[in-house]
Design a protein around this ligand. Structure first.
Ligand SMILES: O=C[C@H](O)COP(=O)(O)O
Length: 328
């Protein structure tokens, strides 16, 4: 992430309303933003230093088992490949229902698939509480006509999706057309009806922490139920500093409005240790109220296998060979 420019980094903290920067360091400044949206400056060094501190904790034994189970219960088990098939989605759903043989292992929170697989996933998951999430709005680029993106959203909800993961138009955002991005999120929220809306910022394309903060604030004000880091299609995907900026935006939004918004870290999270670091970040930034699958998710295609490996190791003291776990 680039450092914020000198002009936008006053280093002063505000303690008034949304954006109060008592965490990693944020301050208000005047600038481009939809009406009523205070632009925020993020202190990049403070964010990175604080994020690094979350990675220095270690856990053992039963605390580790609890962390592995918690992480498992918060996974959006994902397949978003051009070569996906109904068979692959079915195997993914079966794994979501029963990640491993140990009955102490929880189910994952959701599967995340392309719209055309939603009905099939719903069928396989029938009777369970595993949610079906689907990417929509011309994922991953978001570059299509708004009426096409809204129609895709409505059709995906009609097919049975409980949750819609939309992408913002990063081109419009980076060009400064925040009002357009705001209006498109609001329209997508309306198209979702009762389905929950996760708004993907694609932080790897936003260049600065200031932009991540502004996009987070904008998405929440436009009606996002969750804000999500990444599509998983470009690098960097989710990072700890970016998640910290988003978590602080959520915390400040909650303080200012009383509205709780969830966070989904997605892309590049493959190890139990990484998952544990994210849980620490959420606990210490947002508190226990967010440490549930209703408010925190990890979007991942292969993390579940590492959680299973570590789980097995707690019981046996050795690693099960990865060949015993499916790749779905
Ligand atoms: O939302 C989740 C991502 O698309 C999955 O990314 P990953 O394959 O890096 O785990």
């Amino acid at each position: 992430m680039n450092q914020p420019s000198k002009n936008s980094s006053s280093g002063q903290s505000s303690d008034s309303g949304a954006g109060s920067g008592n965490g990693a360091g944020a301050s208000h400044r005047t600038g481009r933003a939809p009406a009523g949206l205070p632009a925020i400056t993020v202190d990049a060094r403070a964010v990175e230093a604080r994020a690094a501190r979350f990675t220095r904790r270690s856990i053992k034994n039963e605390a580790k088992r609890a962390a592995l189970a918690a992480a498992m219960s918060m996974v959006d088990l994902t397949t978003l490949e051009g070569m996906d098939t109904p068979g692959k989605v079915e195997r993914l759903c079966r794994k979501a229902l029963q990640p491993g043989l140990d009955p102490r292992l929880p189910r994952v929170a959701a599967v995340c698939v392309y719209p055309t697989f939603v009905a099939h996933a719903r069928q396989v998951l029938e009777g369970s509480d595993v949610r079906v999430a689907a990417v929509a709005t011309a994922f991953p680029s978001g570059q299509s006509f708004l009426d096409v993106r809204l129609d895709e959203t409505r059709r995906t909800v009609d097919a049975g999706a409980h949750e819609i993961d939309m992408v913002i138009d990063r081109g419009a955002f980076l060009a400064g057309d925040h009002a357009r991005v705001f209006d498109e999120i609001a329209a997508t929220k309306e198209a979702c009806g009762a389905a929950h809306l996760k708004v993907i910022l694609e932080t790897g394309e936003l260049s600065t922490y200031d932009n991540v903060r502004t996009a987070s604030d904008l998405a929440m004000r436009a009606g996002a139920d969750f804000i999500k880091t990444s599509t998983g299609k470009i690098a960097p995907a989710s990072t700890m500093p970016v998640c910290l900026v988003m978590a602080e935006a959520i915390r400040d939004h909650y303080r200012a409005t009383g509205v709780q918004v969830g966070l989904k870290a997605a892309g590049g999270i493959r190890t139990s240790k990484q998952a544990w670091h994210y849980l620490v970040l959420i606990k210490e930034t947002l508190g226990d109220a967010w440490l549930t699958p209703d408010w925190f998710r990890i979007g991942a295609s292969s993390l579940v296998n590492d959680l299973l490996l570590q789980w097995e190791r707690l019981d046996t003291g050795r690693y099960q060979s990865a060949v015993y776990f499916s790749n779905d």
